[in-house]
Write a protein that binds this ligand. Structure first.
Ligand SMILES: Nc1ncnc2c1ncn2[C@@H]1O[C@H](COP(=O)(O)OP(=O)(O)OP(=O)(O)O)[C@@H](O)[C@H]1O
Ligand SMILES: [Mg+2]
Length: 305
């Protein structure tokens, strides 16, 4: 049987891939898990830590990450604020139009964008749609690291693994897990590794019993299919209210924030730092440098504000 287009292309192009840029794919076939939010958060955080960050929004229909960046590019000069902006590689001037093109066209444009981004950056972050598409499969094949946010719910768990309704024991891995496992198998075939981190997002303050059962299920699944659990992100207004400005909590410094945006709690900053450590993007000991960069920039922003 003929292999699908994403498989054929990757097999053909893998050896051409430039070494260097690390590729992070934020993926989960479950919609609304927090992929675009997380992609924006990682991208902005790493800019302040000195990385040359490139992004590709592979969700051709929603374009949430791309919209976030367009807002950032508009808001910063309008507010007289200087802040770094990641390099964005678009697949098409009108991605929704491209979404209707044939898979071969989409995949070929995606792979050119990846090639260019990898030549220009040292960290490439790819946001993917909440569905199984050729471009999403392709993205997973490029991933050194897949980050999968999920809501703290068995509905989200079901996309990763199925549990027995009576015992809640894990029965089998589900569809999205298979996608990551396929990508991992293919990469291993070419001598490359794929690290996979699953983390719970929008965690409520009090949801003890559900969380305990879910933890049990996730631990069993992690053992069986080989992912690491990342630190959870709490449900916080700070993670969603700054989309119109194209900002994240990584951008905010004392005294510098858009009107009516609340000051992020220290706990949110700690959460973000723990996330970056767990994704192996920063080392615990070396992050003082990242904090210093942020503080210096904060002072600059403060003067401008
Ligand atoms: N930790 C959080 N706290 C509060 N709100 C959050 C958090 N994470 C995500 N959100 C909000 O949840 C919604 C879904 O997030 P997002 O769009 O990032 O998910 P997604 O996985 O990219 O969705 P899709 O599959 O549709 O692309 C958005 O309204 C976002 O602002
Ligand atoms: Mg999204």
């Amino acid at each position: 049987m003929d292999k699908p287009i994403w498989w054929r292309n990757s097999a053909r192009n893998d050896h051409q891939r430039a070494p260097g840029a690390r590729v992070i794919v934020v993926g989960n076939e479950k919609g609304g898990a927090g992929k675009s939010t997380l992609a924006a958060l990682i991208a902005t955080s790493m800019l302040y830590r000195g990385s040359r960050v490139a992004v590709i929004d592979a969700d051709l229909r929603q374009q949430s990450l791309s919209r976030f960046l367009a807002n950032r590019r508009s808001w910063l000069p309008a507010a007289g604020v200087e802040a770094p902006v990641p390099l964005e590689y678009k697949l098409h001037d009108d991605p929704t139009l491209l979404a209707m093109a044939d898979e071969e066209e989409v995949v070929s444009r995606f792979e050119s964008a990846v090639g260019m981004a990898m030549a220009d950056a040292d960290l490439l972050i790819i946001d993917t749609p909440g569905s199984d598409t050729a471009v999403s499969r392709c993205a997973h094949l490029q991933a050194d690291l897949v980050v999968t946010p999920m809501n703290d719910s068995f509905v989200d768990f079901d996309v990763l693994g199925q549990v027995d309704p009576m015992t809640l024991q894990l029965v089998r891995p589900s569809l999205y897990t298979q996608v990551v496992q396929d990508a991992r198998g293919m990469r291993e075939h070419h001598g490359r590794r794929l690290d996979w981190v699953v983390l719970r997002n929008r965690m409520a303050a009090n949801d003890g019993r559900n969380r305990e059962r879910l933890t049990h299920g996730l631990e069993a699944l992690a053992d069986e299919v080989g992912f690491r659990m990342g630190p959870p992100l709490r449900e916080r207004v700070a993670y969603r209210e700054m989309f119109p400005f194209g900002l994240t909590i990584a951008d905010l410094a004392p005294g510098v924030r858009p009107a009516n945006v609340s000051s992020p709690r220290h706990a949110a900053r700690d959460e973000l730092r723990n996330l970056l450590i767990s994704l192996r993007l920063i080392r615990e000991a070396s992050d003082a440098a990242g904090d210093r960069i942020q503080d210096e920039r904060g002072a600059v922003l403060h003067q401008m504000g």
